[in-house]
Design a protein around this ligand. Sequence first.
Ligand code: GMT
Length: 372
Amino acid sequence: MNIGITCYPSLGGSGVVATELGKLLAERGHNVHFITAGMPFRLGQFHPNIFFHEVEVNQYDVFKHPPYDLTLANRMAQVAETEKLDLLHVHYAVPHALCAYLAKQMVGDHLKIMTTLHGTDITVLGYDPGLRDMIRFGIEKSDIVTAVSKDLIRETKEVLQVDKPIELVYNFVDKRRYSKKDVHEWRAKFAPQGEKIIMHISNFRPVKRVQDVVMIFRELHKKVPSKLILIGEGPEQSSIRQLIKENDLCEDVIFLGKQDDVAEVLSLADLMILPSEKESFGLVALEAMACGVPVIASNAGGLPEVVVHGKSGFLCEIGETDKMAHFAIQLLSDEEMYQTFSDEALRRSQEKFSHEQITLQYEALYYKLCKE
Ligand code: GMT
């Protein structure tokens, strides 16, 4: 098939899923055309079935904002015609589902649209009265809509009052890249006294509650010799640095900044912490589990569909940092328990979220769509 994929190409779970899916589809022999505003950051090496069509958005004096949406829709229509696309698979509803619909109006009904909802397109933007009706329209005009968790399907139906069926297709992890690696040399650098390594990866936005990570670490650190590695960048970074300073933790917290590829670094972690306020799936939790790293998380959104409480990690109410610290101490102080959780995390990641299984699920939906 000839498949067009649009996503936000910069750092973010939706961009990662879209890019990794495109690569897997190309491996299965499909021609995959990325139509994006920049090269998706995980696209990496050359593949003969992968094509990149840049959406170059010009700035005009007559417009206050560059016309990304219209330029994208026009580019989608151009690529659909020149490359004979069977379908456009767009990730993130706003504005991508609407742009795809516009492109379809330009080229004809044979071009099918699949929209995948990732989270904040519904759980944040869906509550904005200035966007809500438009998001609902984009969903209703898509030929197939998928979402990355049952909880996201529930919230979409509740917030937007849509009747359209929404298919569940979970996020996935490629076990060929995400697996426990031998990183003892790095461990010696980051935890020279054999300390446990706690990790948090995010875009440091308020919904990620990185301040809770610091509070959990503060309590854990009193009982278990440990280091905290923080990965990512975002608006909360300076207040987090300040919090670390106020709690006299600077010597034991390491900021690694933005990392394009976390597959290697995850093997350093003994525990992943994800105490988010909102999280439709929590791809980073799954990536950690694939490396045998148990997860302590909040029970927000779709996280309970990924991490099983008391098996592959522990889940607490949002903001229950003392309880999260208690579970972290328990897990890191009991080697046998830790090993059972680590094995279970790995097993679950492979059994329920394998790249083979999820790629086939998307592919089956594409074939269904194109037969209609
Ligand atoms: O988490 C973010 O802030 C980035 C965001 C995105 O749109 O890329 O991630 C969302 O999509 C990911 C991939 O499906 C999910 O794993 C994340 O849970 C989801 N983020 C939120 O719901 C906050």
